[in-house]
Structure formats: structure tokens, C-alpha cells
Write a protein that binds this ligand. Structure first.
Ligand code: SF4
Length: 326
């Protein structure tokens, strides 16, 4: 551990695999690591596992979702840009061939376009082989930016935004305090699409409990259909101590669904996905009971059959409860 020079925050130096270093070593099996300074736990989408994680904000500017404990102990702050530039300089020493960067933390797109442009310019100046920069975004972050702002960010390498839809049901979104409506989520994805930025949408199985499950699944399928995103990932709810939802569960006002019910819900989401152009679909997150991968629309029936097969076979083919992770 090394102390940060900024306001007493402590960051840790973590070793992290990256595409660039692996490619450089010519070995795809062994993960080589680079050093990153990171404050708090490293949070990034599974598909950014080999990206360099560059922390440009701390925490999440919203930080109110009832199910989310990710940043409960990390108040939102904008990281001083000089520290971000220092990290970029350090990374350049170790991985000059870097190809992918992920900007953390929770909704880093909340940064002003001016700051993001400065960071993207520094990345492009230091990493000539840079191919893509990814970022977590709130729908409101996207809608706050003009089409011109997003087009500018796209021209500087911002290639993908990860958006937590959670549910297509406004009732569920309100209940979990997401802070945005399903329609705003659709508008946000459309705005990214207009700018040429790909969207990876994340929804959450089990978030409506057993009573709301069918409505949640149908609404989620329908809203994702309107979004027509490039990527869709489904995660499965896990209760996190300290969150409001955990408290509701302890009080008996929220009920958790079992693996069977989660898979029925997943099936219903898939059934309601219509008219997608080309969507990479994954349930490979460690929270899920059944890892699935395919491309929609062409793999829809195969994926539904795989769920039916798993439901018939039962727990022997489900990820064991003790293996599930956030
Ligand atoms: S789910 Fe996303 S928006 Fe909600 S509090 Fe967690 S990081 Fe923030």
C-alpha cells in the first residue's frame, strides 16, 4: 500500500493483466501484469478484464440504488486530473503497446466533456496502438451530453459505454431508486448509438422478487428491444450486507428467488427480445446460475432450449450457490 498525496486517500498498487502485455509476451495463456494505482476495490465489466483500468473518478455520483453496495464506503469524488496523467505516464513505461483502457469508477461519464477529452487526448498521445476506451455511464450522464459532445468523445476513442438498465419496468426502477426511467434509458442508448458509441446494457435478474418477476422480465425484454444495443448482459441478484435491499430482505419485505425462478425469469426476458439487429448476449457473470453466450437474434431459440435443458436437469448443472460472486 502507498499513500496517495491527495486528501489523505489511500490507494493500492494492484497487478492487473492487460491485452497489450500478453500480446507483447506472445503468450495468451499466462497473464502478465502491470501496476495500477487504484483506490478501493477494482470494479469493471467482465469484458474489460484485460483492459488497463484508469481511475478518473472515485465511487458513483448516484450511489443510491437499493441493491448496490459497490461504492457504499467510497464517497463520490472527481480524481485530480494531474494524478490521472501520472498514472498514464506510469502505464506508458510498462505497456507502451496498450490497446484497451477502461475508465473507472461507477459512472465516470459524469465528468465534463472537457475533462474527458483531456484524458482521452493524453491516452492517445501516450499509446499509439490504443484501440478502444470503455466507461461506465448512467443514462443521465449520456443525456446530459449533447450529440456533438458524444461524437467528439467517440472521435477521441471512446468506443463503448456500459449502462446499468437493471429493469425495463419503471415501477421496479422507482422501487430500487435507480433515478432514471426506462424511457430515459432507451434515449441514452440511442444517443450513444447516434454518436457511433456501442452500448453494453446490463439487466438484473431477481431484482423485482417473485411477485414482480414476470412484469420485470417482460418489460426488460421489451425495453432492450427498443434500445437495440450491441451487447446485453444479464446478472443475477446477490444481496449485499449494508444495502437497503438487504435490510428489506432482513425485515421480510423483499423475497429472494431461487435458481429455478431466476432461470424462468431469464427465459422470459429472452422471449420478449424482438427485432434486435446484432446483439452479443452473455450471462457469463459470476453471479449467474447458468452461463450462456450467443448472438441475437439468431441464437434466441438455442439459448431458450439451453435454459429449458438446464431447468429439466436441475441443480446439477447450475452454478453452485457457494461459487456465485458479484
Ligand atoms: S448500481 Fe450503478 S448507478 Fe446504482 S449506485 Fe451502483 S454504481 Fe451507482
Amino acid at each position: 500500500m502507498h499513500a496517495s498525496t491527495w486528501e489523505g486517500l489511500r490507494w493500492k498498487h494492484v497487478r492487473h493483466p492487460t491485452d497489450a502485455r500478453i500480446a507483447k509476451q506472445g503468450c495468451l495463456q499466462v497473464g502478465y501484469n502491470i501496476c495500477m494505482r487504484y483506490y478501493g476495490n477494482v470494479i469493471r465489466p467482465p469484458s474489460e478484464a484485460r483492459s488497463y483500468i484508469l481511475q478518473v473518478t472515485y465511487g458513483c455520483s448516484h450511489n443510491r440504488c437499493t441493491f448496490c453496495g459497490t461504492y457504499l464506503d467510497k464517497p463520490f469524488r472527481v480524481r485530480p486530473v494531474n494524478e490521472v496523467f501520472e498514472d498514464i505516464a506510469m502505464a506508458r513505461e510498462e505497456i507502451p503497446d496498450l490497446r484497451r483502457v477502461f475508465l473507472a469508477d461507477g459512472d465516470a461519464l459524469v465528468l465534463s466533456t472537457q475533462k474527458l477529452v483531456a484524458i482521452l487526448d493524453a491516452l492517445n498521445a501516450n499509446f499509439p496502438k490504443l484501440e478502444r476506451v470503455g466507461i461506465y455511464a448512467n443514462a443521465r450522464d449520456l443525456l446530459r451530453k449533447s450529440e456533438q459532445d458524444l461524437a467528439l468523445l467517440r472521435s477521441k476513442g471512446l468506443g463503448i459505454v456500459y449502462i446499468g438498465l437493471e429493469s425495463g419496468s419503471d415501477e421496479v426502477l422507482l422501487h430500487v431508486k435507480k433515478g432514471v426511467s426506462a424511457t430515459e434509458m432507451v434515449q441514452a442508448v440511442q444517443r450513444a448509438k447516434t454518436a457511433g458509441i456501442a452500448s453494453s446494457v446490463i439487466a438484473l435478474l431477481g431484482i423485482a422478487g417473485p411477485e414482480g418477476s414476470a412484469e420485470h422480465a417482460q418489460a426488460t425484454g421489451k425495453i432492450v428491444s427498443r434500445m437495440d444495443p450491441e451487447y446485453l448482459a444479464l446478472l443475477t441478484l446477490m444481496l449485499v450486507p449494508g444495502t437497503e435491499l438487504y435490510h428489506q430482505y432482513s425485515e421480510g419485505t423483499f423475497e429472494l428467488m431461487d435458481a429455478y425462478a431466476m432461470l424462468h425469469e431469464l427465459r422470459l426476458v429472452l422471449q420478449n427480445l424482438e427485432g434486435l439487429t446484432h446483439c452479443v448476449f452473455r450471462t457469463n457473470h459470476a453471479s449467474n446460475y447458468l452461463p450462456l453466450a450467443g448472438t441475437l437474434p439468431q441464437d434466441k431459440e438455442r439459448l431458450i432450449s439451453a435454459i429449458d435443458g438446464a431447468l429439466q436437469e436441475g441443480p446439477a448443472v447450475f452454478r453452485p450457490e457457494s461459487w456465485r460472486r458479484l
